[in-house]
Write a protein that binds this ligand. Structure first.
Ligand code: NAD
Length: 364
């Protein structure tokens, strides 16, 4: 048994219809005024929420996938204009991460780009963050991570300033997610669980949640993809995504996420699809006794079966699986960028540039 320090500071409300308890959550954290941040799909619902809850003083609904820093800056500006003390991020990871960054910088005097690049420490004073996921994927509601893009650059920033105070995980919110996004985000959740488990920083409590997340995703993702309105499957996926977030929150992710950044930045894959692109390859590369034990625990015959299962889910949903699906690929740059990403250091197998090239060559 290794030594560990475990901490999970987010209060979680989970269950169908839980968003109806938003007002009592705001009460619990003494919120006086809140800005709501979301994507366009949620704007009509955001307007209804604003009518029902007078403490929501403004809505920023322009968040796009791979969200730009400018959206967080605008959300922070709205918060200051209205004197808000909280930000409610409702949506996929893009909206939640935008809300987190806005909440962290709103009270600061510095240039948001300087905070983004780590040239200035985040201000001590910050707004309360309430996260409401509508996809079952990122687990952002329980992590101190915000992933923001500035121009073409996409950065994962890990800072306590981004830790939500509350997460409201209401599976009803995910009923409208289209099938392809369901598969992308579900495989992202699977990648979180597996990478948290095989990260060199893995620890026992996170491992338990990772195993349960993998078991639950393998049992429910295909159903949620086939039957978008199946609340039972959506609920299981929302739970698994939450567990996935908790499984990587402390150990952090590894090589598969490292490779997802160049794949999103240069070839515009959505985050989940970018993770899924190499996930089965890394299951094969990282196969060891611990991963075999996970496979046994979730009822699989072994790591090869796990990798095959992931590959078949990708094919089923029509995700891109070959380099030839990405257009013209600069293989040398792709391998260099993947190898240079700091998350590579968390992978249990240290990969040389040649090994990475061989992995991608096999995906030609
Ligand atoms: P997303 O937030 O980009 O959403 C994908 C698409 O689905 C968007 O067009 C969105 O408007 C739409 N959508 C979301 N919920 C919907 C719903 N209920 N009904 C209909 N449409 C809906 O996708 P995501 O995968 O949830 O988040 C990806 C982002 O999160 C990436 O930037 C990724 O890097 C980041 N991320 C963050 C963390 C973290 O811990 N902070 C972890 C993993 C990933």
């Amino acid at each position: 048994m290794n030594n560990f320090v475990y901490s999970q500071p987010v209060k979680i409300w989970f269950g169908p219809g839980k968003l109806k308890e938003l007002s009592s959550v705001l009460d619990e954290f003494g919120v006086q005024k809140a800005v709501l941040v979301c994507g366009k799909h949620f704007r009509p619902e955001a307007d209804k929420l604003m009518e029902a809850e007078s403490r929501i003083c403004a809505v920023f609904s322009e968040v796009e996938p791979n969200p730009q820093l400018s959206g967080a800056v605008e959300t922070a500006r709205l918060a200051n204009q209205h004197g808000a003390d909280a930000v409610i991020g409702i949506g996929g990871g893009s909206s939640i991460d935008t809300g987190k960054f806005a909440a962290a910088v709103a009270c600061g005097e510095g240039d948001p780009v300087a905070y983004y690049h780590g040239e200035l420490p985040f201000p001590e004073k910050r707004l309360t963050i309430i996260a409401v996921p509508t996809t079952a994927g990122t687990g952002s509601e329980v992590t101190q991570v915000s992933v923001m893009s500035h121009g073409k650059e996409k950065r994962t920033i890990n800072n306590p300033a981004f830790m939500p105070r509350a997460a409201i995980v209401d599976p009803e919110m995910s009923l409208s997610v289209p099938p392809r996004t369901t598969m992308n985000t579900g495989l992202d959740a699977l990648a979180h669980a597996l990478e948290g488990y095989w990260s060199v920083n893995h620890q026992p409590i996170s491992d338990l949640m990772a195993i349960e997340a993998v078991r639950t995703i393998l049992a429910n993702l295909e159903t949620a993809w086939r039957e978008p309105e199946n609340l039972e499957a959506r609920g299981k996926m929302a739970y698994a995504s939450l567990l996935g977030g908790l499984s990587f929150a402390l150990p952090k992710t590894a090589a598969c996420h490292a490779c997802s950044y160049p794949l999103s930045e240069d070839y515009h894959l959505p985050h989940g699809e970018a993770c899924a692109f190499t996930l089965d390859s890394f299951v094969r590369i990282n196969a060891d006794d611990r991963l075999e034990a996970l496979c046994t625990a979730v009822g699989l015959g072994g790591t090869a079966e796990l990798a095959d299962k992931i590959a078949s889910l990708k094919v089923l949903a029509g995700l891109r699986t070959r380099l030839s699906d990405l257009g013209e690929v600069d293989l040398e740059k792709l391998c260099r960028d993947c190898a240079a990403h700091p998350l590579m250091n968390n992978n249990p197998v240290k990969l040389s540039l040649e090994q990475l090239r061989a992995m991608f060559e096999a995906l030609k």
